[in-house]
Design a protein around this ligand. Structure first.
Ligand SMILES: C[S@@+](CC[C@H](N)C(=O)[O-])C[C@H]1O[C@@H](n2cnc3c(N)ncnc32)[C@H](O)[C@@H]1O
Length: 246
């Protein structure tokens, strides 16, 4: 997977591309990353990349020509997509991330100011992606989120194979809770099933926890079957409590 970023602030990417899992994936050539400074493609002597909006109004708009020239300066690689990060785009979800991970190259265009001239979007952009219903000052953080989330799905990037499959959203549910040593902290104990060594029971417990947490926080993610399962568990628990009380 190759990532190419068009931005006015390439320095913002330095830390993420050198750190942790993404840094290692880059060093191991599992992903490739290139950052192009849009300002290098401005042709006037002031290196202007933005201008006032036609029709008036607040803020500045990024001009077509530097963006276009930055994009066209290098050949595309394989099955490639140009993505403009914008609050007007489709929301980035696990499903969208999975889809983006199937491409050979993602070219991520970071807007600034009021955004980019619509003619650039209409002519050159394949997809518009938003990281959520709020407005950032620029597309750089959104591009980093795309790079991070997509890279995790590239083969070999996560050293612990299968860990991406178990995480929140991968199987449609939020993930179960995690615990590590020590066994007790300030009187709070690790659930005993996790110490039992019984892998079948552990898996069952984790699945039930996933369904419970998803039901509490994101009930719309549950299937009919899982909703029924929750109802049954609740009924069983209520019966036990009633019996104890009587
Ligand atoms: C201040 S914003 C422009 C917002 C634009 N005027 C609007 O109201 O839709 C500047 C740039 O930040 C990026 N941006 C802001 N919010 C974003 C979001 N939620 N998702 C992705 N990119 C975002 C885009 O690249 C955008 O061009």
């Amino acid at each position: 997977m190759r990532f190419r970023v068009l931005t006015l602030f390439p320095q913002m990417f330095e830390t993420i591309m050198e750190t942790s899992i993404i840094g290692r994936a880059l060093a191991n050539n599992q992903i490739k990353f290139e950052c192009d400074d849009i300002r290098n493609y401005a042709t006037d002597k002031h290196k202007r990349v933005d201008d006032y909006p036609f029709g008036g109004g607040a803020g500045m708009v990024m001009k077509v020509e530097p963006l276009r020239d930055a994009l066209l300066a290098k050949p595309r690689f394989g099955n490639s997509r140009v993505i403009y990060l914008t609050p007007k785009g489709r929301t980035l979800t696990h499903q969208v991330v999975t889809e983006l991970a199937t491409f050979d190259e993602l070219i991520l265009v970071c807007g600034h100011y009021e955004g980019v001239d619509q003619r650039f979007v209409d002519r050159y952009v394949d997809d518009e992606v938003s990281i959520g219903d709020y407005v950032l000052t620029g597309g750089e953080l959104a591009a980093m989120i795309v790079i991070d989330s997509v890279s995790r799905l590239v083969n070999g990037v996560l050293t612990n194979e299968g860990s991406a499959d178990e995480e929140s959203f991968a199987n449609g549910l939020l993930e179960y809770p995690h615990y590590t040593r020590p066994q007790a902290v300030d009187g709070d104990e690790v659930p005993s099933v996790l110490l039992s060594g019984n892998h079948q029971e552990i898996e069952k417990w984790r699945y039930q926890q996933s369904v419970r947490i998803t039901g509490e926080r994101r009930p719309e993610l549950l299937s009919e079957e899982q909703v029924q399962e929750l109802k049954n568990n609740f009924a069983k628990k209520k019966k036990r409590v009633d019996k104890r009380r009587s």
